[in-house]
Design a protein around this ligand. Structure first.
Ligand code: AMP
Ligand code: GLY
Length: 425
């Protein structure tokens, strides 16, 4: 068995690791991969949005399964091009992935499927007065979202009319997010705790993985700018609604709606929920695995994870039984100085040989330099994963192991897995 993982982040290293640990010892190729995936298999340099290049590589290397990691690759039609070339792909078509790359479309699908979500309006510069009226109706307690992919930066959570009008102007007049912000969604601001639920889907059936919680803000107690995620833990059972309810109210109707629309969803459906005492509502869908959530979800999914992806890619999932959950995992991200605004790069990384045997280290921003040293390439550099019988043990092990790793300017949050994200002390 030969697997091609498309992408270069911590998520892709975790996916590659999860595939490689299968009892059949598959060969794993990563494109483009990073310093960590190079230790598991082969890296091949290419652009993840170059769909023909991905398909060509998979054909040349006679790959049995392609796992597509990043949203940009999905939106660029990598899954479509590879399927057209007769390849087996875990990852939705661009049309099915539209639930991530267009927030208006996601809201329309949710409404059609009867999925609980925040009240919303969508508009453009031409129809902005509608959006302004809605901001007034919500008295500024709203969230303004660029419709398209904006690297996690296109969402402004507002509490005043002024903030909301400024966020609308940033999208529609200043064009801060370019074309991604030429359509804008305004929605009611929800309160509660966030949790993410992941379903591996084969177009009709699904299997649930462990729910996880990530920490998006840069600094402790959820202060500072938004990042891709500074850490995560799983299973996030505290505050998570019963998974059967999420499946019945969100996953099943969404899969049915996408299938009826002729865009069946094959891949990981990532459901971001806001949970309050009144119930739960969907904040967002992603059409892929989360990063860093994958780094804690896949170690809990067991060595048969590759079988699950392969079955889903072939439309042969046995589901919908939830995967058994044994133990807990916590990932703490070691970030480069200056992340997220302007991360510094090229610092040698030391200490990885000193990690405990059962700690995991997933690379994100690393590479080998011309002298063969492992160096930082910026952003989120490493994810250090502790595993244990419960979240507290996994957390202690993650931080103990993180202490042994070093690169100049390295920093991390100290409160991963202590407080639900979004809850201020
Ligand atoms: P999204 O990209 O849509 O998930 O939004 C990113 C983040 O913005 C979410 O993880 C939430 O923290 C926040 N957010 C999005 N929508 C809402 C909402 N309706 N109410 C409150 N917070 C939200
Ligand atoms: N950690 C959030 C995401 O992957 O979208």
């Amino acid at each position: 068995m030969r697997v091609l993982v498309v992408g270069s982040g911590g998520r892709e290293h975790a996916l590659a690791w999860a595939c490689a640990r299968h009892e059949s010892r598959p060969e794993v190729i990563c494109a483009p991969g990073n310093g960590g995936t190079a230790q598991l298999g082969t890296n091949v340099a290419l652009s993840v949005t170059d769909a023909p290049a991905v398909a060509r590589l998979a054909r040349e290397r006679e790959v049995d399964l392609i796992v597509v990691g990043p949203d940009a690759a999905l939106a660029a039609g990598v899954s479509d091009t590879c399927r057209e070339a007769g390849l087996t792909v875990f990852g939705p078509s661009a049309a099915a992935a539209k639930i991530e790359w267009s927030k208006t479309h996601a809201k329309q699908v949710m409404d059609r499927a009867g999925v609980p979500t925040a009240r919303w309006r969508s508009g453009t510069r031409e129809s902005h007065s509608d959006l302004f009226d809605f901001v007034l109706e919500l008295d500024g307690h709203c969230v303004v979202k660029a419709d398209g992919l904006a690297a996690g930066k296109g969402v402004a959570v507002c509490d005043t009319r002024e903030d909301a009008f400024a966020a609308l102007a940033a999208c529609l007049n200043e064009r801060r997010f370019g074309d991604a912000g030429s359509v804008v969604v305004v929605e009611e601001r929800l309160r509660g705790t966030e949790v993410s639920v992941f379903a591996v889907c084969d177009g009709r059936r699904y299997q649930l993985l462990s729910p996880a919680r990530d920490y998006k803000r840069a600094h402790d107690s959820d202060h500072g700018p938004n990042t891709g995620g500074m850490g995560a833990y799983a299973p996030a059972t505290d505050g998570c609604p019963p998974l059967g309810e999420v499946a019945a109210q969100v996953i099943e109707p969404t899969l049915a709606a996408l299938s009826e629309a002729g865009t069946p969803f094959v891949g990981c459906l990532y459901v971001g929920l806001m949970v309050s005492p009144d119930g739960f509502r969907v904040l967002e869908f992603n059409a892929r695995f989360g990063d860093p959530e994958t780094q804690v979800v896949v170690p809990l999914a067991g060595p048969g994870f590759l079988d699950l992806l392969f079955a889903a890619a072939r439309g042969e999932l046995a589901g919908p039984a939830p995967a058994p959950v044994a133990g807990a995992a916590v990932v703490v991200v070691a970030a480069a100085q200056g992340y997220p605004a302007a991360p510094r790069t090229d610092d040698p990384i030391t200490g990885l040989g000193d990690l405990d045997g059962d700690a995991l280290c997933f690379h994100a921003g690393t590479a080998r330099d011309e002298r063969g040293r492992l160096v930082t390439t910026g952003g989120r550099v490493l994810g250090i994963v502790g595993q244990g019988g419960d979240v507290a043990t996994a957390r202690r092990l993650a931080y103990e192991n993180l202490e042994r790793v070093h690169f100049a300017g390295m920093w991390s949050r100290s409160d991963i897995a202590t407080l639900p994200a979004g809850v201020r002390r």
